[in-house]
Design a binder for this molecule. Structure first.
Ligand SMILES: Nc1nc2c(c(=O)[nH]1)N[C@H]1C(S)=C(S)[C@@H](COP(=O)(O)OP(=O)(O)OC[C@H]3O[C@@H](n4cnc5c(N)ncnc54)[C@H](O)[C@@H]3O)O[C@H]1N2
Ligand code: MOO
Length: 419
């Protein structure tokens, strides 16, 4: 039975592995993935393998920032509502027009936003400050030289590094890569993760649930967590608590797997299939000084000439996702070439008093209030309380030495919504 610290009293904490040491061990388990070139629309969330430099400036040419008229500033210098200036319109320049006639003194060209500026033009007069004429245009207000223009290279210069190796490619980064002319980018291949749950009590969601059965949820959750951090997940759903079935499920996938990630079957019960199948064959089972997530396994799965890294997470759903966050996510980020391997951390004020188990680093689930720079827990400490995890936008990190953290004190949080 667990107390409200979310941990039973049976564990001798002096034998537990420190959290940071175990995280390091998992990170060292995975090799960096290979570099390859990838079309832009397949690069979202991946890490850049090389710096990207701009072969062209941005904007590539001087252009108008407004729909209106390209003019010489002196030609409209005296214009106001009582003394409008009228100029002949001698060309029409839509965006994309390549050949542009020069602007002669005393004339205007009608020009659209993004269209190349004609030689000789010094400003653009927005159409709202004119009568909108197409043969002749009457300008009601003077505009200073340089108004409403966008100069070549004012955003990006030729040779500038626009994206850096290790950067995670999001929407804006991919937009910039396209804007300077890249059809593809050098990226690091996402780590391929085989996700497998174990447990004879598990039933496919969407089917009937009999007494004693539960819907399988860890596989879906962990596969999504892998994808969210830039990995490629193959979800094998689940196998019953049978050692032979576990080996059979893994066999067809070993050639194209960088990490086998299991959940369940690693604690002290009579039917611990993961432990039974993997112990003594290159996988170590340890207890780590973390709550939730104490029983962990890691090493290499060796079969049919393959040697594939494996991490076995505990089956309790919150233990499973929290230990993914703490141990597996940083390893996958590093293997996939991402510069940022950790979630953003902040020090914020705790709104309530929390008890935590001595000798274990506890991760509680929380809601961060950026206005108050404060955090409140979402649900209790129990490792079965998945709805509190789903409501959370951060993890609270309570250190090993603390048994009580008072309301008003400062705690570390990891923001789950960013990066
Ligand atoms: N005598 C002891 N019992 C337990 C210990 C211990 O040290 N001594 N450790 C406890 C802790 S802490 C954890 S965490 C769990 C880990 O157990 P397992 O990894 O062996 O996981 P299971 O027993 O298979 O399942 C635990 C729990 O989670 C549910 N589960 C499992 N897989 C899934 C899934 N894919 N989807 C949804 N839910 C799943 C399962 O039904 C159980 O309720 O052990 C404690 N016990
Ligand atoms: O305390 Mo267990 O590790 O339920 O997670």
């Amino acid at each position: 039975m667990s107390d409200d610290r979310g941990v039973g009293h049976t564990t001798d904490t002096s034998t537990l592995l420190p959290v940071d040491e175990y995280r390091e061990r998992i990170s060292n388990l995975l090799a960096a993935t290979r570099e390859r070139h990838c079309p832009l629309d397949e690069c979202l969330g991946l890490a850049l393998a090389e710096d990207v430099t701009a072969p062209i400036p941005l904007p590539p040419f001087d252009n108008s920032a407004m729909d209106g008229y390209a003019v010489r500033a002196a030609d409209v210098a005296g214009a106001d509502s009582r003394h409008p200036v009228t100029l002949p319109v001698t060309a029409d320049i839509p965006a994309g027009r390549v050949e542009i006639p020069p602007l002669e003194p005393g004339t205007a060209h009608r020009i659209m936003t993004g269209a190349r500026l004609p030689p000789g033009a010094e400003a653009a007069v927005p159409v709202e400050l004119t009568d909108g004429g197409t043969e002749r245009v009457t300008v009601h207000r003077a505009v200073p030289e340089g108004s409403n223009l966008r100069r070549a290279g004012e955003d990006v210069t030729v040779g500038q590094v626009v994206l850096e190796r290790g950067q995670t490619l999001g929407a804006a980064q991919l937009g910039l890569a396209a804007a300077v002319g890249n059809a593809e980018l050098p990226i690091r291949r996402p780590p391929r993760v085989l996700v497998l749950s174990t447990g004879s009590e598990l039933v496919e969601p969407g089917t009937e649930l009999l007494p004693g059965q539960i819907y399988e949820s860890n596989g879906t959750m962990l596969a999504a967590a892998v994808r969210q951090c830039g990995g490629e997940a193959r979800l094998l759903r689940f196998v019953p608590d049978e050692v032979s079935e576990l080996h059979a499920a893994l066999a067809p996938h070993l050639a194209e797997t960088d990490l086998i990630l299991t959940s369940g079957g690693v604690s002290a019960g009579a039917y611990e299939v993961v432990k039974d199948a993997l112990a003594g064959s290159g996988v170590r089972f340890d207890k780590v000084a973390i709550q939730p997530g104490m029983p962990q396994g890691s090493g290499h799965y060796e079969a049919a000439g393959y040697r594939v890294p494996v991490v076995t997470l505990p089956g309790n759903p919150v233990s499973s996702i929290v230990s993914f966050e703490v141990f597996v996510r940083p390893a996958l980020r590093r293997a996939g070439g991402h510069r940022e391997t950790r979630r953003p951390h902040r020090r914020v004020t705790l709104t309530e008093t929390l008890r935590s188990p001595s000798g274990k680093r506890q991760y509680r689930r929380g809601s961060f209030d950026p206005e108050a720079d404060a955090v409140t827990t979402s649900g209790g400490a129990g490792s079965h309380l998945l709805s509190g995890m789903a409501a959370a936008d951060c993890l609270l990190e309570l250190p090993e030495e603390s048994t009580e953290v008072a309301a008003g004190s400062t705690v570390d949080i990891w923001l789950l919504s960013e990066n």
